[in-house]
Design a protein around this ligand. Structure first.
Ligand code: FAD
Length: 427
């Protein structure tokens, strides 16, 4: 008999809840990773940095577990049908997924396992608190961040955050496998740079001061690692406690958006969190959308952000807020267009955080910026990139005649969007 442990958004052996549980059982563990064609086939480019990042991560993972990682390519349902025929499987363990596709897929595999009398069990690993763990006194989910974070911190103070040791067992199956190359699965190197999976205590300490200035290396750049679980969220919480309340809050925002996704599944149906915002009459001008995507709006801070995204797969959080606000409020383009573009480009793309960020910018989300707050790109630049160091890095032609004139006048756009919101919301 074997236990299967299925790696997904937890590509590490250290402090991995489900892996630890699988290794604690008496049967040897068949560690598994599946390149899921339901996801891969929908990617618009064969030079996708996320696929390359995953490929690198599982290569390291395989080394760390002595070459025993079994890597498959295909539809997970079919693959599990094969595995359940091939191996005498006692149980399948994996960590919780919170996105709709993952939940549906897991439900199918769970019933497949049940038919064969195989146990299918999932564990909390990706977040600190999940599902109904952080509820208000009245037993309802929070939709505002500050009270949520207060409760989150109170709960944390009452528990010992588990740290699942990775070295308890060498209890893997004896077989070793080879990992397909990136080209074997139809992809090519993206040329993107992947940040390190560590954060220095100094950065955590200066985070509150530096985090809003995109020219400074003031944020951790851990988002891609949190996305694919190459670092443990619990290890980061342990590291930050007592050092920076502000950085801890960012990690809590991440849990918060997973909490929203769990309790308000209508956001997975492309609906606004606040449904009345679905009445908005967007302009959705395709040429203007293209100019935004390419970083050619004539607003340097917006263009710098979009070019950073296109070139690196990353964008600084302050600039994400500015470009998102610009698309929705200055250009009156449906936030879902921007959400989809980010989903295509961001290395750290995560449905819950991305949807949360976009709906925040559009004013349609939980705890969102009010609809009447329209970021002024010029003032944002004066505040957060006064020396223009960030802008000049990404928009070197700023002073030249080739740089486009602003796509729309700020005051005009402000009046236009306020009128559109008022009409939609009946204000
Ligand atoms: P740090 O500032 O060092 O923060 C540490 C970690 O906390 C991050 O790695 C991230 O996991 C988490 N975090 C920080 N801010 C947020 C936040 N507002 N919401 C949720 N988690 C947060 N983040 C994503 O991980 N994936 C996305 O797809 C995504 N899309 C976004 C879209 C928009 C429009 C906006 C405004 C924000 C989005 N964010 C997203 C949140 C945030 O911009 C990034 O998490 C952050 O810029 C990543 O950089 P960092 O790792 O240096 O973050």
């Amino acid at each position: 008999k074997v236990s299967i442990f299925w790696f997904r958004r937890d590509l590490r052996i250290e402090d991995n809840a489900g892996l630890f549980q699988a290794l604690s059982e008496k049967d040897p563990v068949l560690p598994l990773f599946i390149f899921d064609t339901n996801i891969l086939d929908r990617l618009p480019s064969k030079k996708d940095g996320r696929v390359e990042f995953i490929h690198q991560s599982i290569t390291q993972l395989n080394k760390a577990i002595g070459g025993h990682l079994c890597v498959k390519y295909g539809n997970p349902i079919d693959i599990f049908k094969e595995l359940l025929n091939e191996w005498d499987v006692a149980r399948i363990y994996t960590n919780h997924d919170y996105e709709r596709y993952g939940l549906d897929r897991d439900a199918t595999i769970s019933s497949l396992a049940k038919e064969k009398r195989v146990e299918f069990k999932t564990f909390k690993d990706q977040v600190v608190f999940e599902k109904d763990e952080v509820l208000s006194g009245a037993g309802t989910p929070y939709t505002v961040f500050t009270p949520y974070s207060r409760k989150w911190k109170a709960l944390l103070a009452g528990i010992v955050l588990p740290n699942y040791p990775s070295s308890t067992s060498t209890n893997y199956i004896s077989e070793t496998f080879s990992i397909p190359s990136l080209t074997d699965i139809g992809f090519q190197p993206s040329g993107l740079h992947f940040p390190q999976a560590i954060v220095a205590d100094e950065l955590i300490k200066s985070y509150a001061q530096d985090r809003d200035f995109p020219a400074k290396p003031g944020t951790s750049r851990l988002s891609v690692h949190l996305r694919f679980g190459t670092v443990s969220i619990r290890s980061l919480v342990r590291q930050v406690l007592g050092k920076s309340e502000v950085w801890l809050n960012e990690l809590i925002w991440r849990d918060f958006y997973f909490n929203i996704l769990h309790h308000f599944p209508h956001i997975s149906d492309r609906h606004s969190f606040r449904k009345e915002y679905d009445r908005m009459n967007w302009r959705n001008n395709e040429e203007e959308f293209k100019a935004w995507c390419e970083g050619k709006t004539g607003y340097p801070i917006v263009d710098a952000g979009m070019r950073e995204l296109n070139a690196t797969g990353f964008m600084h959080n302050r600039v994400r807020m500015i470009v998102a606000s610009f698309l929705v409020k200055h250009l009156l383009i449906d936030w879902r267009w921007g959400e989809a573009y980010f989903a295509e480009k961001l290395l750290d793309f995560d449905f819950a955080a991305n949807n949360g960020g976009w709906q925040w910018a559009a004013g349609s989300g939980c705890d969102a910026a009010p609809y009447f707050r329209v970021f002024n790109p010029t003032l944002q630049t004066q505040k957060f990139d006064q020396s223009l160091a960030y802008i000049k890095k990404w928009v070197p032609e700023l002073q030249e005649l080739t740089y486009p004139t602003p796509i729309v006048n700020h005051e005009f756009a402000r009046g236009r969007v306020l009128a559109a919101y008022k009409e939609a919301l009946g204000k």
